[in-house]
Design a protein around this ligand. Structure first.
Ligand code: PLP
Length: 387
């Protein structure tokens, strides 16, 4: 559909109207209780009720009022101390947001000028970055990691894709959907190139929402290395708290007043009750507590996909196993897979053109369901190849 398409409702902003809704949600809505669900990127573990009870007691004393726009001071201090990023060390570097989704939106909205700025998006990548750029009218350049290299983060490829207009690089590591992580050496190579570049700064928006779910020791973080980093995270994936809607961004001090203005206009402040729950999670030191469970799930998924004879990317982080299907029409493949084999999985094309022909599977289901799911996917892929 184009901006001039006559089917567009003229009373709706065309930048929104032309965008299709979420395919991930649409596929998810088609599943039944019997379906094997490898679709939605959502943990299945239960949260600890004690943290909610402590927050309820706090509300009994203090009420449930707005916090400051930027968020609860104690929580911001706990977040800053936990990461101890050299360039972002203080509570003053932290703004608490309504999930990391809002943090991404606020960061891009605040830092990019649609008149002349360009973002460089490292793909495959979670779709909201491209959507926001398109909605905001910010020029979007995509740099595709190579399927032949199992979508490894390649610093040379990223740096070579910069243009004089690039003002922000957006990357997600550990990556949704590939499960790859950027190494420390790769972070260093990109940071060094950016520091040597003449002209205005280039910000790196590092979405680290899967940081706590990593299965390798060599995990690079731009917050550890590059001064112009905005690091984004949340409790959604690390602690199975997607519904809590608590995330945060960490940015250099000169950016903070502007980011906080935008955040305040969008949402006043993050949910105060949720901020208290988050403080309990930090105080209990539970950020990485669920990692062993995900490591076991990863092992089960890798074993099942290998046994099924699939080609896939061995996950280094997050809870996704990216499978090659070779299908040219990913959405049609996913719909047909659901109809024929009752398996929900997300087409790679959702994450950019570089990963058409791939399928994102989420490994949070019980191991026997994972084994059955990968067997069915393999059967369906083989049928397509022989057709
Ligand atoms: C890479 C990535 N970033 C951001 C989000 C948004 O998460 P939340 O707003 O729950 O923190 C998601 C959710 O799936 C994600 O996968």
């Amino acid at each position: 559909m184009s901006l001039t398409d006559e089917r567009l409702d003229p009373t709706i902003n065309p930048a929104i109207a032309v965008q299709p809704g979420s395919l991930i949600r649409a596929l998810n809505a088609l599943k039944t209780p019997e379906s094997i669900d490898l679709g939605l990127g959502e943990p299945t573990l239960s949260p600890k009720l004690a943290h909610f009870e402590a927050a309820t007691r706090w509300v009994g004393v203090h009420g449930c009022r707005y916090s400051t726009n930027v968020g609860d001071a104690e929580l911001r201090a706990a977040i800053a101390a936990y990461y101890a990023f050299p360039a972002l060390p203080h509570a003053g570097n932290v703004c608490v947001t309504t999930g990391s989704a809002e943090a991404v939106f606020v960061t891009m909205k605040t830092l990019l000028d649609p008149a002349h700025d360009e973002i460089l998006l490292v793909e495959p990548a979670f779709p909201i970055y491209a959507k926001i750029a398109q909605i905001e009218g910010v020029a979007l350049r995509r740099v595709a990691l190579s399927a032949d290299e199992d979508f490894a983060f390649d610093p040379e490829r990223i740096v070579a894709a910069l243009t004089p207009a690039t003002r922000m690089i957006v990357l997600c590591s550990p990556c949704n959907p590939s499960g790859r992580v950027i190494s420390r050496a790769a972070v260093d190579a990109v940071a060094t190139a950016l520091e040597r570049r003449p002209g205005p700064r280039v910000v790196v928006l590092h979405d680290e929402i899967y940081r706590e779910l990593q299965f390798t020791d060599d995990v690079g973080s731009f917050g550890d290395r590059y001064a112009q980093t905005v690091a984004i995270n949340s409790l959604s994936k690390s602690n199975a708290l997607t519904g809590l809607r608590i995330g945060w961004l960490m940015a250099p001090l000169p950016m903070m007043p502007h980011v906080v203005k935008m955040h305040g206009w969008a949402t006043s402040c993050a949910n105060t009750f949720s901020q208290r729950v988050a403080l309990e999670v930090f105080a209990a030191g539970e950020l990485a507590s669920q990692r062993p469970w995900y490591a076991a799930q990863r092992a089960a998924a890798v074993a099942a996909a290998a046994a099924a004879g699939l080609r896939f990317v061995a996950p280094e982080g997050a809870f996704y196993l990216f499978v090659e299907t070779g299908a040219t029409d990913g959405p049609a493949f996913s719909r047909a897979l659901l109809a024929a084999e009752d398996v929900v999985a997300i087409p790679g094309s959702t994450f950019g053109p570089a990963s058409a022909g791939w399928l994102r599977t989420t490994f949070v289901a019980p191991p026997d369901r994972l084994a059955e799911g990968y067997a069915r996917i393999a059967r369906f892929v083989a049928r397509g190849r022989s057709a």
